[in-house]
Design a protein around this ligand. Sequence first.
Ligand SMILES: [Zn+2]
Length: 409
Amino acid sequence: MQTATERFLRYVQIDTQSLPGKDCIPSTEKQKDLARLLVSELQEIGISNAFMDEHGYVYASLPASPGMEQVPAVGFIAHMDTSNAVSGKNVHPQIIRQYDGGDIILNEALNLRLSPDEYPDLKRYEGEDLIVTDGTTLLGADDKAGIAEIMALAELLTTDPSILHGPVKIGFTPDEEVGHGVDLFNLSSFGAEFAYTVDGGLLGELGYETFNAAGLELTVHGVSTHPGSAKGKMKNALLLLMEFHSMLPVFDNPMYTEGYEGFYHLDEMQGNVDQASASYIIRDHDRVSFEARKQQVQEILEYLNRKYGAGTFEAKLEDSYYNMREIIEQHWTLIDHAEEALRTLGYEPVSSAIRGGTDGCRLSFMGLPCPNLCTGGHNFHGRYEYISCQSLEKAVLMLKNILTLYTQD
Ligand SMILES: [Zn+2]
């Protein structure tokens, strides 16, 4: 048996950085290096159906324990790629044994230290063994922690027949960090009724609430004249756009919001007197107030078009995705089991309201209800990323506990 830690240390040394702006999946061929390794490791532990498809997605499934064939098939999903915020090449993980609660020198030459003054969560890990970077790369716990935990679970289930479970489905995806992780995810190859992405942070955190999201593309048609003879004739598109913006609630803005607070966000604007345009995104966890925000935009636009003439403001308002909670609520067992699995390990579950969308959110609306589980990692996408060995192993038990709970329904 290999521990999740041993697996993790091996996987992070394979560069799997994805690249935005590519129109192919995977966006980088090197992601398949890890995919191939995972397939061969799955086959080595006896899961002979494991395979990688042409786009680098890995699928595998474990049959139910004898007598447990009626238990619903539960899936676990993690992504193989790492963020392009910091290099993921030549990752040299360091292990700090029995962390003493003080500063960790990541890199003497670069004078980089990981300090609980800046990252107070470190204090939770006093006495544990921490895996950190050498300060020149990210670590890749996002989401190779999830991969290692699922792989260790797979080995545990194949070597210990006393752990009863229903059918288990495994999926490893490329390109999550560039927003295409589920574009080509094959729900029928995967074959689960429910799934969990294993892609969160602190142990105890569960993610099943995302934003409701819409995009607004606004065009303002002005009338340009010589400024010397503009009286009564000119309609300055730029000023009209500013007028629109000034009618939105000032503090419902990403700069002033957190937790469950929604917003209007001006993402881009350009123009001249003749024509101006702006792109906004609208976000709210609550569906009713999400709809009210869009209604408010429509009312402002109607008022301005009455004031300046029909057609002055043209708008395209489109929904992008919805809060996965509305799907998860119909399958609350997913959350009950995850919470109980965490409590058994001594963690008090907390729902962290995700201020964005997730792959699981998209999967939920594609018909695969899919909340997000914690992996134990911290400070994703950067040099200060870390995870404790003990967290990696506990997360494996969390996954095992979840499967056990499904057999007891
Ligand atoms: Zn991730």
